[in-house]
Design a protein around this ligand. Structure first.
Ligand code: PBG
Length: 337
């Protein structure tokens, strides 16, 4: 008798013997319903432009965006989030709240075409629209002025809601942004529009390809450490999430995802609201680059990473892999549904 045989119940390999058994007992099932596709829409271009550091992702025209979103609806995708690339940037990021700003134009076109068939989310920030690249307006010392920025965010939220956004997603990490936006939307009669708060957003090195996608360079080689979170801190994320919930957030987000799975677990424990996680541009680009070199298997690693994010507790995952997943899910090895 071996030691193991004397513990007949301790044989978890029994349930791994066949693919059907593994499917039966799988704890986490990733679905296309969980995913949100990020899109970039650029003003003043005639053809979609590829983004070198995000293979397979484009800066869209409004027309190409409408076509692509229609294809995603056919594939069963339930939500998209829009980012704008304006033709002209200025000090306060006017394009973010101009009713004719590129995201507002795109939202109107999508809502007119598809109504409520897909959830339209709008990233709510000004970094794509400011000439200095920060997520807010600057004071005389060149620091981001929190409360002046809130006034701009409220205007942007109203412009996005009026253009047809179902969900606005403030990503600038200003204090009090959710309360200000909720009050502004409600006063404007837009009580039905939800807020997906980028609550725990870290000052990550993984946003590099995104900044190529939206043509953002922070003035003077600066960074966002004055408003995004320090990656050494975990408890601080819960302070942020609690504040956003108290201010009226309908969903809370952790961003990036993979380096912050511990934060996703903690946020999942803290709240019964839907928890979102953003598998960001750098996370996508790392898989693409390593797979292009033949160093990892693209499909397996992408599926493994997205599943890990869900396993940690995310209900909603924003990912540039959404279309790939929707197209390939049925033929993927395991864990997909
Ligand atoms: C800010 C914003 C950023 C991302 C989403 N919203 C960039 C930043 O904070 O610098 C990054 C998303 C990604 O890397 O995929 N508007």
């Amino acid at each position: 008798m071996t030691g193991l045989a004397s513990f007949p119940t301790a044989r978890p390999r029994r349930l791994r013997r066949t693919s059907a058994l593994r499917e039966l007992v799988a704890e986490t099932r990733l679905s296309v319903n969980d995913l949100v596709a990020p899109f970039f829409v650029r003003e003043g271009i005639d053809e979609p432009q590829p983004i070198v550091s995000l293979p397979g992702v484009f800066q869209h025209t409004v027309t190409s965006l409408v076509t692509e979103v229609g294809e995603l609806i056919e594939l069963g995708v339930k939500a998209v989030i829009l980012f704008g690339v304006p033709a002209v940037k200025d000090a306060i990021g006017s394009g973010a709240f101009d009713p004719d700003g590129i995201v507002q134009v795109a939202l109107r076109a999508l809502r007119a075409e598809y109504g409520d068939q897909i959830v339209l989310m709008a990233d709510l920030c000004v970094d794509e629209y400011t000439d200095h690249g920060h997520c807010g307006v600057l004071d005389d010392h060149g620091d981001v002025d929190n409360d002046k920025t809130l006034e701009i965010y409220v205007k942007a939220a109203i412009a996005q809601a009026d253009a047809g956004a179902h969900v606005v997603a403030p990503s600038g990490m200003m204090d009090g942004q959710v309360a200000a936006i909720r009050a502004g939307l409600d006063a404007h009669g837009r009580t039905e529009v939800s807020i997906l708060a980028y609550s725990a957003k870290y000052a990550s090195g993984l946003y590099g390809p995104f900044r190529d996608a939206v043509d953002v360079q922070i003035v003077g080689g600066g960074d966002r450490k004055g408003y995004q979170q320090d990656w050494r801190n975990a408890r601080e994320a819960l302070v942020e999430v609690e504040a956003d919930i108290a201010q009226g957030a309908d969903m809370v987000m952790v961003k990036p995802a993979l380096s912050y799975l511990d934060i996703i677990v903690a946020v999942r424990e803290l709240t019964d609201l839907p928890v979102a996680a953003y598998h960001v541009s750098g996370e996508y680009a790392m898989i693409k680059a390593a797979a292009a070199n033949g160093w990892i298997d693209h499909d397996i690693v992408a599926l493994e990473q997205l599943t890990a994010i869900k396993r940690a507790g995310a209900d909603v995952i924003l990912t540039y892999f959404t279309r790939w997943f929707a197209e390939r899910a049925a033929s993927l090895p395991a864990g997909a549904s």
